[in-house]
Ligand binder design. Sequence first.
Ligand code: FAD
Length: 557
Amino acid sequence: MPTRNAMWDRLGGDVDLLVVGGGITGAGIARDAIRRGLSVALVEQRDLAYGTSSRSSKLVHGGLRYLEQYEFSLVFEAVSERRILLDIAPHIVNPLGFLFPIYEGSSHGMGTIAAGMWLYEGLSLFRSPKRHRRLKPADLAREEPPLTQEGLKGAPLYYDCSTDDARLTLETALDAAEQGATIATWARVESFLRDEGGRIVGARVRDTLGEEVREVRARAVVSATGPWCDDLRQLDHPETRPLLRPTKGIHLVVAREVLPIQHAVVCFHPVDDRVLFAIPWGDRTYVGTTDTDYEGPPEDVAADADDVDYLIEAAGRYFPDHRIQREDIISTWAGLRPLISGDTQEGIDESMVSREHQIVVDPSGLITIAGGKLTTYRRMAAEVVDAAVNLMRVTGKLPETLVAAQTDEVPLPGAVGWPEDDDHERVSRQVLAASGGYLDSVTSRLLADTYGMRGRQVAQRIKADPSLASPLVEGRPEVMAQVDFAVEEELAATVEDVLVRRTQLFFRDRDQGLGAAEAVAGRMGQLLGWSAEERQTRIEAYRAVVALSRRWREEPA
Ligand code: FAD
């Protein structure tokens, strides 16, 4: 895999499709298009999954609650995609049990929920990761002790999936790169190139880690810029009406021992009855999310104290003996839902705004995709590529030989050779063996769960240079070899890329990776030839990212 700098050097000239935005949607479009036989360049202003795609609830799910809004087609589509993602990315899409506790006075009766469960499984054509079952209060006392028993009538246990959203995005983009797509990160579109008729025929792209500007000419240009998509459309046409009504959602992370749940738990907020999740996450638990209208630059989005207190209050209602205190919070993250606005959506509550996506083709030829979900990215991507192909056909620019993309069958890079029975432990043993015995079983498992079969490549680096087995944070399983792998195989170019989206130390480490930043910058500097000044700039930039996520702590309690 070329490094990020090598990708930048490759950028320029003519391609069939230019994709702007390296979130899950843009990565999915690049993968679909290159696999159909189009030549593709993708440009992302920061890192892959820098935007919403690393800030979701990290679920690949059908969206049980959309049944209440009668959005059956949305649920059907999502549960079908869940099945496909389990097949093409089994290493990072994992079945997760969800408890839906019902209490006396709850707005959801046991009967309604039971019917909903059958409908949910029916829409998946009974191919859920596992069948649901009903737990009685006594079962729950045994299986989920932190959950309050007061007024508890029972709970269905049903299954959806958890994922690493940033890694799903990364692997989708890496697959596109392996097929020949240019994936240029830290590369921002600053303006469009037009023909004499005013049609968009490419873009000027700036290296956001340097100064250089390059021109990319394309038969079609797609904006998959999520919460930024109105900025792009206004770059095209300043008068354009906004497409989006973005809403902010935050999550908070605590140590697993603070909230020691075994299953994900569906909660309803005691004040406004909104649905929330508490989700077990290895040695951590996270709680989310909020849903409030947001105005302001997408890059400034962060949790505020009200958001945090709102989640603490809801968790306290369900887990009264394990109340989260503000001091317990290790990290927070905040993202923007790129929800569609439009006249029909005005005046309705934020949580009721439809999650469906929309594809808009402007008179200039700019194709914009907005809305949607992580779970349904693959279908959305296929629709966008269809739109781009149609546009090329109309403008007489369609390449002759296109083939079926088969993105529903071809495994993502880490899933190539993954065991049929989804045995993570077996892969973990292979990783351990590949390290020549320099790794322990905990790190081997982490590498298997994170990289899938590619975990063996990380381990082989350790066998060749055992110093790479040194932990990034004392007492934690992440190791230095992951930094090398991130730079040389995964397009990482900054300390933030490594600590937030390649290793998740930003979310999981008690110090949010601040203690590791110097060592990571030192190693990246060696690999990428940074000057001392550049190394310091990258460390400072990372500190700023952490400070933004902690801004809420400065607000009064
Ligand atoms: P983004 O991921 O935001 O990507 C857009 C990219 O465009 C960004 O990386 C940005 O840097 C780049 N960009 C912007 N301007 C430019 C430019 N000028 N040049 C180059 N690049 C540019 N969905 C689920 O299925 N499951 C969930 O559990 C779930 N939970 C969610 C929880 C929250 C709180 C939120 C906010 C959303 C959640 N979603 C979930 C929805 C899902 O995360 C989003 O729909 C999805 O990530 C959007 O991806 P995207 O690629 O469209 O946008």
